[in-house]
Design a protein around this ligand. Structure first.
Ligand code: FAD
Length: 382
């Protein structure tokens, strides 16, 4: 462990209190206003959440993967929109710099990320390049000591509030595959960036996505991550492997919250003169959810520990993302069922969390893409 178990236990306690006392009570407001209140973002900064994964040398806590998932198990009991703002920043938004950045890039940006000054976004997806991300068309053309970026990125989380984008763009037009892609650090106030209108989504209200349009956007050549062309897709995949374990941990936490909501309701609601929790068919739904959630928690911890030990966890990360995102979907569905008609009503959290959970099977690689990663590795003996 990077911090030590006592410190991590304290951090988890603090976050658990923050979730119970501040975040869960604010969920309805976030849903209605479709934004996380600025005072809550300020509290997240004070708690040091924007520095969880930034190395200690750059002002963060430098959590190990295991410590990060333990924290996520607490934090992500709250609606996913809260996690989205800092989790995207310290996850996919900035991990390219942490993992592959040059010392100068780390020095320049990581302290400002750790303090919460810079909200970050990860810009890979395009209108015609989603699952097939390696076919991206956004172009970065070298011009003296700059690159000129042109193209459109789609569904970019945090884009309307981001101060920094990790942008994957094609530097080699002759190479139409992954090898032609480079990753860039692009500051929001660089001329030539337009943010599209905020997308209206099914769930996760309060987390914002939008298009990011680059037109003749001149970025210093020093901002190519790692200082070399052609490495950007590899960087993006390393970031996503790590991100997938983080998403899986969030799915486990949300499933635990959904189970707790279902159990509370089953203990109170009466039908046929009994609490519905006494009916074995209701217990079966609770039991299936509990067992699946436990399996998810165990696999996430195992993958995180293996990553910390230096093992190649690419396939395990996909296993975690696939199982846990599908698992939380089933748990959310059963929770709505336990609530009966009330589960369909916006007054109760089950309805909202059911919609929130749906996204986990789509972003950072759909379930089908995770299946392809796992299946291909099995057949090809990777
Ligand atoms: C709310 C939200 C936030 C997001 N945030 C970000 C972000 O911050 N940064 C970013 O870069 N992207 C982001 N995304 C984009 C997200 O990662 C993509 O939507 C996702 O990867 C799927 O791409 P797509 O939407 O183009 O679907 P498509 O790739 O068009 O897929 C459509 C369907 O076809 C299936 N499919 C595609 N190819 C195959 C295949 N080879 N075999 C089997 N099935 C296949 C898919 O599984 C899916 O079911 C976000 C998306 C959403 C909805």
């Amino acid at each position: 462990m990077a911090l030590g178990s006592d410190v991590v236990a304290q951090l988890r306690d603090t976050i658990a209190r923050f979730v119970d006392e501040r975040l869960i009570p604010a969920e309805k407001r976030v849903e209605e206003e479709d934004r996380v209140p600025p005072e809550i973002v300020a509290e997240m900064k004070r708690l040091g959440l924007f520095g969880l994964t930034v190395p200690q040398d750059y002002g963060g806590l430098g959590l190990s993967m295991e410590e990060e998932v333990l924290v996520a198990f607490e934090f992500s009991r709250a609606a996913p929109a809260f996690r989205s703002i800092f989790g995207t920043t310290i996850g996919i938004g900035s991990q390219g710099i942490v993992i592959d950045g040059t010392p100068e890039q780390k020095e320049k940006y990581l302290p400002r990320i750790a303090s919460g000054e810079l909200i970050c976004s990860f810009a890979l997806t395009e209108p015609e390049a989603g699952s097939d991300a390696a076919s991206l068309k956004t172009r970065a053309r070298r011009d003296g000591d700059h690159y000129v970026i042109d193209g459109t990125k789609r569904f970019i989380t945090n884009a309307p509030v981001a101060g920094l984008f990790t942008v994957m763009a094609r530097t080699d037009p002759e190479n139409k595959g992954a090898g032609g892609v480079s990753a860039f650090i692009v500051e929001r106030d660089t001329p030539g960036i337009t943010i599209g209108k905020i997308d209206k989504k099914m769930g996760q209200k309060g987390s914002m996505t939008a298009d990011v349009i680059f037109e003749n956007c001149r970025v210093p050549a020093a901002n190519i991550i790692g200082g070399r062309e052609g490495m950007g897709f590899k960087t993006a995949m390393k970031v996503l492997d790590r991100g997938r374990i983080g998403i899986a941990a969030s799915c486990v936490a949300l499933a635990e919250r959904l189970i707790a909501e279902a159990v509370t309701y089953a203990r109170e609601r009466k039908q046929f003169g009994k609490k519905i929790g006494e009916f074995q068919l209701v217990q079966a739904m609770l039991a299936d959810s509990r067992a699946e959630c436990y399996a998810g928690r165990a696999m996430v911890l195992d993958a995180a520990r293996r990553r910390d030990a230096g093992e190649d966890i690419r396939v395990l990360a996909s296993c975690c993302k696939l199982f846990c995102s599908e698992m939380v979907g089933r748990v959310a569905d059963r929770t709505v069922q336990v609530f009966g008609g009330a589960g369909y009503m916006a007054e109760y959290p089950a309805e909202r969390l059911y919609r929130d959970a749906r996204l986990f099977r789509i972003y950072e690689g759909t379930s089908q893409i995770q299946q392809l990663v796992i299946g291909r590795a099995m057949v090809e003996g990777d």
